[in-house]
Design a protein around this ligand. Structure first.
Ligand code: PEP
Length: 251
């Protein structure tokens, strides 16, 4: 299992300090769950430093696929690795929509992440409109295909996929475990034999109250969290839910 917290554009040095202190103070070791936090770029050094002694990894929220050059405001994969990142999110729906990132650009980011030794967390998700029109599976297949065509299936043995239905991200409207499981099974099916070991996260209004029922689904391997990663108690509870489901031990 893997639980990743995406802080988005939240926090200040003081707020991050307080949040991480609170998480570390109540942290219990997890045997079967990897955990990562993706802060805004400017706070990567602070977060890496504060988490350096512990089991929580750090990731970037995006990257520019170019190596370097005249790309004002951008950050490369090499820079993220340099800062101590292990993961990087690519294709988050907020960036696809607000920064007009296309499937092809996301594929370039995926390739650049791996080239720089980072594990890409590839987000895919359908709009509410697509779901209502019965086109959710087509939408996901298309987003995946562009990256698979560019990187090859084998590349996914060092990558994570996050299924994040757009209508569920930041809306408080979580996909039901059945809806998520159905899509995760479909996603796994796109990867042939490799699909068996692919880590597929669910993201979209995961909370402490619904995490266990989602994690209990056989094709859900963890969560990508937005809002819940900004609250120490919720973040810890969700990580512990993952551990509980993975180990079969109620805490
Ligand atoms: C996200 O931003 O990836 C996300 C899943 O957000 P939230 O948990 O707030 O819906």
């Amino acid at each position: 299992m893997l639980v990743v917290g995406n802080w988005k554009m939240n926090g200040t040095a003081a707020v991050n300090n307080q949040l991480l202190q609170a998480i570390l103070a109540d942290w219990s070791p997890l045997r079967c769950v990897d955990v990562a936090i993706c802060p805004p770029f400017v706070y990567l050094p602070q977060v890496v430093e504060m988490l350096s002694e512990g089991p929580i990894n750090v990731g970037g929220q995006s990257l520019n696929p170019r190596v370097n050059g005249a790309f004002t405001g951008e950050v490369s994969g090499e820079m993220l690795l340099d800062c101590g990142c292990r993961y990087v999110i690519v294709g988050h729906n907020e960036r696809r929509r607000m920064q007009a990132e296309t499937d092809l650009y996301v594929a370039e980011q995926f390739l650049a992440a791996q080239k720089n030794g980072l594990i890409p967390i590839l987000c895919v998700g359908e709009s509410e409109q697509a779901r209502e029109a019965g086109q959710a599976f087509d939408a996901i297949a298309k987003q995946l295909k562009v990256v698979i065509d560019a990187a090859g299936l084998e590349a996914f043995s060092h990558a994570v996929v996050a299924y994040e239905p757009i209508w569920a991200v930041g809306t408080g409207k979580t996909a039901t475990p059945d809806q998520a499981q159905e899509m995760h099974t479909f996603i796994r099916g796109q990867f042939g034999a490799l699909g068996k070991n692919l880590v597929i996260l669910y993201g979209g209004s995961v909370k402490a109250s619904n995490a266990v029922s989602l994690f209990a689904e056989s094709d859900i391997d963890g969560a990508l969290l937005g809002g819940a990663s900004l609250n120490a108690e919720d973040f810890i509870a969700i990580c512990q839910s993952a551990e509980q489901v993975a180990t079969g031990v109620t805490q």
